[in-house]
Ligand binder design. Structure first.
Ligand SMILES: Nc1nc2c(c(=O)[nH]1)N[C@H]1C(S)=C(S)[C@@H](COP(=O)(O)O)O[C@H]1N2
Ligand SMILES: [Mo]
Length: 162
């Protein structure tokens, strides 16, 4: 199979999963749950599902990492778009029950990444993984500061689309 066909099949699989939300195949290691508020609809993605979506790299310094760091993953904008989900505000919830709202305007206007790799490696929970919301801080000086930092949720496991 060519990579193009393989990617097509992977996306088709995702589509079917979305269509069968709630009764889809069980995942060996679910990484991310996406809930559409008020729509009785949940999509569960594992690492392979995330790997099959359009990938983006954001290189930036952060308050929690040393020097320029290379984050790879799926833009929040692309994630919602590819899954056919509404473009609303998104509440990001972490394993420690920390929650922050990522405004729809941020998702549209900035490359907000759901990162699943840091400098080429998967992130353990201890390393703020398996998923981390990354804003492109270095590319946009106006993002510096605690308001953005509060939205950079690590140990992410659930997104709720408002
Ligand atoms: N998973 C998780 N992510 C989180 C938080 C948290 O408590 N848990 N705190 C947020 C807030 S409010 C800020 S200001 C920064 C805090 O980072 P610090 O604990 O390194 O100061 O991370 C954000 N991301
Ligand atoms: Mo904060």
């Amino acid at each position: 199979m060519t990579n193009r066909i393989r990617r097509g099949l992977a996306l088709l699989g995702l589509g079917l999963l979305v269509a069968c939300a709630g009764i889809g195949p069980s995942h060996a290691a679910p990484l991310l749950e996406i809930v559409v508020a008020g729509a009785d609809r949940t999509v569960t993605l594992d690492r392979a599902d995330l790997a099959a979506l359009p990938r983006t790299t954001v290189v930036t310094a952060t308050p929690w990492t040393a020097g320029e760091t290379r984050f790879e993953g799926v833009l929040l904008r692309d994630l919602l778009g590819e899954l056919g989900l509404p473009a609303g505000d998104v509440v990001a919830r972490a394993l420690n029950d920390y929650e922050a709202t990522i405004p729809a305007a941020d998702i549209a206007g900035y490359d907000v990444l759901v990162a699943d790799r840091l400098d080429g490696e998967a992130m353990s929970i201890r390393e703020k993984g398996p998923l981390w919301i990354i804003y492109p801080l270095d590319a946009h000086p106006e993002l510096a500061g605690p308001d953005t930092e509060a939205k950079m949720v690590w140990q992410l496991f659930r997104l709720t689309v408002q």
